[in-house]
Design a protein around this ligand. Sequence first.
Ligand SMILES: Cc1cc2nc3c(=O)[nH]c(=O)nc-3n(C[C@H](O)[C@H](O)[C@H](O)COP(=O)(O)OP(=O)(O)OC[C@H]3O[C@@H](n4cnc5c(N)ncnc54)[C@H](O)[C@@H]3O)c2cc1C
Length: 496
Amino acid sequence: MAKYDVIIIGSGLGGLLCGNILSKEGYSVCVIEKNQKLGGCLQTFVRDKCIFSTGLNYTEGLAEGQILNRYFKYFGLMDELKLKRLDVDGFEIITFHGKEYKHAQGDNNFVEKLSAEFPQERQAIQNYIDKIKNICHQFPLYNLDTNNLNVDYSGIFSESAFDYIKSITKNKILQNVLAGNNLLYAGVPDKTPLYLHSLITYSYISSSWRLIDGSYQVVKILEKSIKKNGGTVLRNSEVKKLVFENDILKYAELANSEKIEAKHFISNIHPANTIKMFEKHKFTKAFINRINSLDNTIPVFSVYIVLKENTFEYQNYNHYYYDNDTVWTTSSYSEKKWPQSYLLYTPATSKSDKFADCIIAMTYMKYDELKKWENTTVECRGEEYKEFKRKKAEIFLNLIEKKFPDIRSKIKNIYTSTPLTYRDYTGTPEGSSYGILKDFNNPYRTLITPKTKIPNLFFTGQNLNIHGILGVTIGAVMTCGELVGLNYIVDKVKNS
Ligand SMILES: Cc1cc2nc3c(=O)[nH]c(=O)nc-3n(C[C@H](O)[C@H](O)[C@H](O)COP(=O)(O)OP(=O)(O)OC[C@H]3O[C@@H](n4cnc5c(N)ncnc54)[C@H](O)[C@@H]3O)c2cc1C
């Protein structure tokens, strides 16, 4: 039986980053991925020569000295990534009640640009920026501060994003514009905590970037460095069972019955799927019930549009479009009035700065709509499913047309993905976009720690800390910190 220091189950960003840290530190690591393609949500696919990213539209905090830049330097990513900074004066355009509002990069710029639209509300906008900045500063790993790791988060975790934003201004339009990037975290008014909104939104306000030619470049760089450090990366290898000897995990068994032994196991997959792999349960019933009863964030339906050549200009910003009186459309979701909002953008390519070759647009879609095909697999879901996708794409295009009236004449081809696509390509329950739904009402119930009751099993990935590139990066550092020491890694990051 092959034997390693660490087995990492899943090659999403979290798994690859853990593989990178630990292989650099001299551990023999084996990253095990069920798919042919590594990367989970960072996978891309190519149609008609266009590269489509599936789960990374834009990323944050990559300017010199900023937080993700510092982590990415440590991971050897900064020198190699092909990046394009989004428009500093408007990286997000929120269309609400038919009017456009811009989110700008930089604290002062953000306040100035929005105050120009809401002159009476300058103080409220300033208070908002000060508050979300202050919240970010209370999270030590968002500031690489190891002096203060034992923060009492109880107050911060219990604040509601929706209620806070509502409390700072009576202007309903401004309330919605401030929460206009809702699709980036699938916010739910009576659940989403303010800290989650703050960590995500403020990092993007610090600086926002596209990955030129898609997100797979991150995967390639990380895979290369794991292998260079002597690590192993297995594809087409689904972990089916985790087997104990006494009270510790002994080996992982793959779908082809191969067994691989390790001293430590890191699960980069959803905790509910991890605990399904145990033959005999070592977790308490209470823990299992908690994990199995947690809600996940709503999944998305995406359209991937191939454009006719030179018909649509590249747009160096993202569109958030709302056809509703609220940007919190997860709570007003109805099949009859679908879709109510979308995020749309033109990916950056090395082919042209002037014209886009494609468009990606996503909107929420409940898994229940796909129930009848839930026992099918990719490419084998039948004609009725294809017809469902075709109809949904048509309806979605009707909404996109409200903003881009001549879009249909520019389309060469259109491809779609549903929550089932995400379920099958990333292994996330019900195709959930961002994993476990955080809940300010009962925050500790929805928080997963890297350390588990099983001494040699750890969690990593988007379910741990926060989803998204920055959240998962910090989560990987927290997980590996359990093995090599958190201060030790943070010092290395600081000195990179
Ligand atoms: C539509 C969409 C848009 C997004 N947009 C952005 C964005 O603009 N900016 C941003 O920062 N973030 C964005 N995100 C979120 C971000 O992509 C994710 O939070 C992050 O990539 C998740 O990484 P992860 O490490 O948790 O692993 P995942 O990506 O969930 O990967 C898990 C991996 O484990 C593998 N696996 C599962 N089960 C097994 C098994 N039994 N054996 C072996 N392997 C297994 C899967 O195949 C997969 O490769 C988006 C996500 C989605 C879905």
